[in-house]
Design a protein around this ligand. Structure first.
Ligand code: AHR
Length: 509
């Protein structure tokens, strides 16, 4: 008898997998921009100063959308200071990360880089130190047609065509006391509603993201969503969620169940949003923009923003190095996101380069993949079409931090052509056998990839990342992973503490 049973039915569907689910995030923080995506002195820099080797890794990662310019940074950003002739731009002291921002890369440089790389930009406006005026002006600068002040400034700065930026964040983590210009829910809700109203008058085609809670642990969680949405429900399209997970004190069991915590968080935000909708008797559904998620050793390794010294020249800030264990958790968090495809159309792995990132660089040196790169890139490649409503029957186990959590998790996607993507996590420390019951459709597995957790501390550098990839990341020999096929059931074996992706076909019988 197998340890778990997963039922796949072609008619049990969650929703379309929006490609924006595989978004990421570049903030003016540490070395994300300078010596990350942008380093004009680097041998691989293109004529615009952006690193080709990094851009190629971003393409391989499969990221279709990037959020910019923050994060906490945006809450004291004066975007006007970073447009126009570069030699006339003045550096400013970013209070969020206590770093001197040279303003060499601004809105035009970022948007043109994104355009060249085929990446959809997601922009954020400053609702910390600024307000309606600056937000509407930035949108007009980006999307306006010739003949008005800010659109004409863009044209004078050398860009005739509007950028057509679709996705806009109304500030960042405004519930957080660390945020420059932090507000209570009523202050923020009113400001977001007015900024959003003005922005939709500038360009009604945009989608707006209002700030939800910075994490489920915030004391205002729930109440924040209710109050903020009571002001903004009719104006915004999405509410943001942010969550970072880490291993605390060697508690692997809880860490491996991070996806369960993410699952609860999404369910609670959806419930909060729907409660506001129900009270208003509204047919509109607010969806989720999970625009910051990742493993981040925030509590165990980060001293806190206010304890950072004032620095310049792209300092190394929160450059977490990742292990095979972290990569298994990232794979499992993606399983959770796919299982909420009906309500989560937008997400951003925070962040993309150097700062808690799947891609690392050295100034003047190499760019390389962290272990977390592999499950992300594989999911982005294989998860196509529609997310199935997968039924998982698996025993649960007790965790200190997240209560009872399933030992096995799964998500599956099917393209119109029957291409299957199947994603499975074994959170236990032993081999498990999983029955895949395929009802109403024939299932064939063709390709498999597996990440197994390690027990080694992660070490910075391309050599260590390559070593982890060699020991933890491998192709799965499908013939030996499949331990049985009988009567519409395929049984697969999963390694201990592992994340596995299979591709294949799932075609109606
Ligand atoms: O991603 C790093 C930081 O985490 C972001 O600036 C902020 O929004 C969050 O607290």
């Amino acid at each position: 008898m197998a340890d778990a049973r997963i039922t796949l039915h072609p008619d049990f569907r969650r929703g379309t997998v929006d490609r924006r689910l595989f978004g990421s995030f570049v903030e003016h923080l540490g070395r994300a921009v300078y010596t990350g995506i942008y380093e004009p002195e680097h041998a691989q820099a293109d004529e615009h100063g952006f690193r080709r080797d990094v851009a190629d890794l971003i393409t391989e990662l499969g990221v279709p959308m990037v959020r910019y310019p923050g994060g906490n940074f945006v809450s004291n950003y004066v975007w006007e200071d970073a447009v126009g002739p570069v030699e006339e731009r003045k550096p400013f002291l970013d209070l969020a990360w206590r770093t001197v921002e040279p303003n060499l890369v601004g809105t035009d440089e970022f948007l043109q880089w994104a355009e060249r790389e085929g990446i959809e930009p997601m922009m954020a406006v400053n609702l910390g130190t600024r307000g309606v005026d600056a937000a509407a002006a930035l949108l007009e600068y980006c999307n306006g047609e010739a003949g008005t002040r800010w659109a004409d400034l863009r044209i004078a700065n050398g860009r005739t065509e509007p950028y057509g930026v679709k996705l806009w964040c109304l500030g960042n983590e405004m519930d957080g006391p660390w945020q420059i210009g932090h507000k209570d829910a009523h202050e923020y809700g009113k400001l977001a509603a007015e900024a959003g109203k003005a922005m939709k008058l500038v360009d009604p085609s945009i989608e707006l993201v209002v700030c939800g809670s910075s994490s489920m642990q915030m004391p205002t969680f729930g109440e924040w969503e209710r109050v903020v949405l009571s002001y903004t429900y009719d104006i915004v399209d999405h509410i943001s969620m942010h969550a970072y997970y880490e291993e605390h004190g060697g508690d692997r069991r809880s860490f491996l169940a991070s996806g369960t915590a993410m699952d609860q968080f999404i369910d609670r935000v959806v419930a909060s949003a729907d409660a506001v909708g129900a009270e208003r008797r509204s047919d509109k559904k607010i969806t989720i923009s999970f625009d910051e998620w990742n493993v981040w050793y925030l509590e165990t390794r980060f001293p806190g923003e206010s304890n950072l010294p004032i620095q310049r020249d792209a300092p190394r800030i929160i450059e977490d190095v990742y292990s095979g264990l972290d990569a298994v958790v990232v794979g499992d968090l993606l399983v959770t996101l796919l299982n909420h495809a009906d309500r989560v159309p937008v997400a951003a792995l925070a962040q993309l380069v150097n700062v808690i990132a799947p891609i690392m660089t050295e100034p003047g040196g190499e760019a390389w993949r962290q272990p977390t790169f592999h499950p992300f890139a594989t999911t982005a490649r294989l998860a196509q079409g529609t997310a199935l409503d997968v039924r998982v029957e698996a025993p649960s186990y007790e965790t200190t931090r997240h209560g009872a959590a399933p030992t096995v998790t799964a998500a599956a996607t099917v393209g119109d052509d029957g291409a299957l993507g199947l994603f499975l996590t074994n959170r236990t420390d032993r081999v498990v056998e999983v029955d895949l019951a395929h009802v109403g459709a024939a299932l064939a597995l063709t390709e498999g990839h597996q990440m197994v957790a390690d027990h080694e501390p992660a070490v910075h550098g391309p050599e260590h990342a390559a070593k982890v990839a060699e020991t933890c990341w491998s192709s799965v020999d499908v013939a030996s992973a499949v331990t049985g096929t009988a009567g519409g059931t395929t049984t697969v074996r999963l390694a201990p503490e592992s994340w596995t992706a299979f591709s294949g076909t799932f075609t109606r019988a």
